[in-house]
Design a binder for this molecule. Structure first.
Ligand code: 5GP
Ligand code: ZN
Length: 170
């Protein structure tokens, strides 16, 4: 190939008019979203669910900051608090309050709660499906809370059963 043609080919390739082997690969398909899987009931962990309605679902955090740590998430995927429809955000807030009140009626003995949501990696978000944490807190804890350690499934299921029962009791 005459050398003087090369610059023209480079320009065409840069403009997308000429296929070249070094063209950027297509974006990888997004990985399945674990909270979408849970919301759709595809994870085989129904015993960890504490509440569900037409917009939101609440279930035990698999690595609770304290016993009774629940996540409330929209059923329909939204990445974070900023891109969730307001009606869903309102339902998430009301549900988080409902869950916290129910936890207070159990023997988990929560003395306080963090109702918390992290939006964006810089804010500490690690699962990119909007969620509100309902975290039971106890006097004397450091503000950051206890270390998070993956809980035994039986402990998660026992806590979920208590909260479900408290949700339906007056
Ligand atoms: P973030 O750091 O995004 O605010 O909170 C994500 C939370 O999701 C963490 O507390 C983490 O323990 C929890 N989590 C991550 N993966 C799973 C999962 O597969 N199942 C459950 N139940 N919780 C999860
Ligand atoms: Zn999702």
């Amino acid at each position: 190939m005459p050398l003087r043609i090369l610059p023209l080919l480079s320009v065409l390739a840069f403009a997308g008019a000429w296929p070249i082997a070094t063209a950027p690969a297509a974006e990888p398909a997004p990985a399945p979203c674990i909270f979408c899987e849970i919301a759709a009931g595809r994870t085989n962990q129904p015993a960890r669910e504490v509440y569900r309605d037409d917009l939101v679902v609440a279930f035990m955090d698999r690595a609770p900051r304290n016993p009774g740590h629940v996540l409330v998430v929209p059923i329909r995927h939204a990445e974070n608090a900023l891109d969730t429809p307001p009606a869903t955000t309102a339902r998430l807030a009301v549900t988080a309050q409902k869950i916290a009140r129910a936890i207070r009626r159990t023997d988990l003995r929560a003395e306080g709660f963090n109702l918390q949501s992290n939006s964006g990696r810089a804010a500490g978000q690690t699962v990119f499906h909007f969620h509100v944490h309902v975290i039971p807190r106890f006097a004397g804890e450091t503000p950051a809370g206890a270390e998070k350690v993956a809980a035994a499934p039986a402990d998660l299921e026992a806590a979920a059963a208590k909260i479900r029962a408290a949700l339906v009791s007056p």
